[in-house]
Design a protein around this ligand. Structure first.
Ligand SMILES: [Zn+2]
Length: 390
């Protein structure tokens, strides 16, 4: 792993927050960063040009499980890897597929070897192992790969969570060994190459342990022994109360190496983003900005806006008067409400563009606050606004 793969460029004086630069084969990512979710190699409703040029997205998340089932990793490799296939010039992180196997597929069976599951599309049986999911993600040419993990539902017993966590640690060991072997001998089994010669891809293990701080700490300590280039904290946003998600990050974070990036998977609401950053998180992803946009739920600097409400019927103002996005600079709430009520495709396009812009703006504000040594004040303002909003 290159020495300058991740640089911390500023640290908060009061909290665990830091600003950094993550150097991937497809560009440098300023952190903390929010990664839009492109489940099927597309962020629903937006073109890659929108994401790149309008929104300034530097890294996207794609789903290993979905793309493995359709169109298949071999086809993506033949098409030159995921970046070329979807025409995306910047970085891509792919998850291990573990979360989708455990949340979407029926009839899954976990063994020491891996997990056997039925496709949610046609019922075909498939097997994911720690080794096979590395192969799949190398075929994609992902900049950041995730190890296969078991993501237990909430709640589970301490006993099951411990057994599952130990298996996740064993899988992380196997995946890391296999990955190191494969990238040292790429000629043995072809995979999509990174764009910049010499640039490094990275494989992150995932801290599990359900909602038990002792298991989270044991897992983190075991994974640190792998000397991975970065660490993910998984098993969050699976139905547990939100304060518990935050506590699991707190239980884990001080054990993870300070000079490596930390990724909290699947979080969170806008007001939670600075809270995770304050707890030492550098990377986050969440379907909320895009999914909620399609459902008529818009995030604004003044709080949420439910576009179908009658009060917006003749409202000439933009969704968010402080927002610089294309949607807010061109269209009224009345027009968006009309499109939503009429079930028009353009509604989703415009709403997604705005909501993602809101998330990216929050991350830029957070990073700027850390760089200018004002993050504690920023955090207090966000908390005060939350308290006011009830
Ligand atoms: Zn906007």
């Amino acid at each position: 792993m290159s020495q300058n793969w991740f640089e911390v460029v500023a640290e908060c004086r009061e909290t665990r927050a830091r600003a950094g630069l993550l150097h991937t084969p497809h560009g440098t990512i300023p952190t903390p960063v929010f990664m839009p979710v492109g489940t099927q190699a597309t962020v629903k409703g937006l073109t890659q040009r929108d994401l790149d040029q309008d929104l300034g997205v530097t890294i996207l998340l794609a789903n290993t499980y979905h793309l493995y089932l359709r169109p298949g990793h071999e086809l993506i490799r033949q098409m030159g890897g995921l970046h070329r296939f979807m025409s995306w010039p910047h970085a891509i992180l792919t998850d291990s597929g573990g979360f989708q196997v455990f949340s979407l597929s029926s009839l899954r069976k976990i063994t020491e070897q891996g997990v056997v599951f039925q496709s949610h599309l046609n019922g075909d049986a498939h097997t994911f192992t720690p080794e096979s999911t590395v192969d799949v993600q190398l075929a994609y040419g992902s900049d950041i790969l995730m190890v296969l993990d078991e993501c237990p539902e909430f709640p589970v017993s301490h006993e099951y969570a411990r057994e599952s966590m130990h298996r996740t640690v064993r899988w992380a060991n196997r995946a890391t060994k296999y990955y190191n072997d494969r990238i040292s001998r790429p000629e043995k089994s072809p995979h999509a190459p990174p764009v910049q010669p010499g640039a490094v891809q990275a494989l992150f293990p995932i801290v599990q342990g359900s909602t038990f701080p002792d298991l989270r700490r044991e897992c983190a300590a075991a994974l640190v022994d792998l000397d991975a280039p970065g660490y993910a904290i998984g098993g969050l946003s699976v139905g547990e109360p939100r304060p518990l998600s935050m506590q699991m990050v707190e239980a884990t974070e001080d054990l993870l190496p300070r000079h490596k990036p930390r990724y909290a998977m699947g979080v969170g609401m806008p007001a939670e983003l600075p809270e995770y950053v304050a707890r030492g998180v550098d990377m986050m992803d969440c379907v909320l900005p895009s999914r909620n946009a399609r459902n008529g739920y818009l995030f604004t600097s003044g709080g949420r806006l439910i576009i179908k409400h009658a009060r917006y019927r003749d409202d000439p103002r933009p969704v968010d008067e402080k927002c610089q996005c294309y949607t807010c600079s061109s269209y009224s709430r009345a027009y968006l409400r009309h499109l939503f009520q009429a079930g028009e495709m353009l509604y989703s396009v415009l709403a997604t563009r705005h909501n993602l812009r809101r998330y990216l703006d929050i991350m830029r504000e957070i990073r700027q606050a850390i760089l200018s040594d004002t993050f504690p004040e920023y955090l207090r303002c966000v908390r005060a606004a939350c308290a006011d909003a009830g």
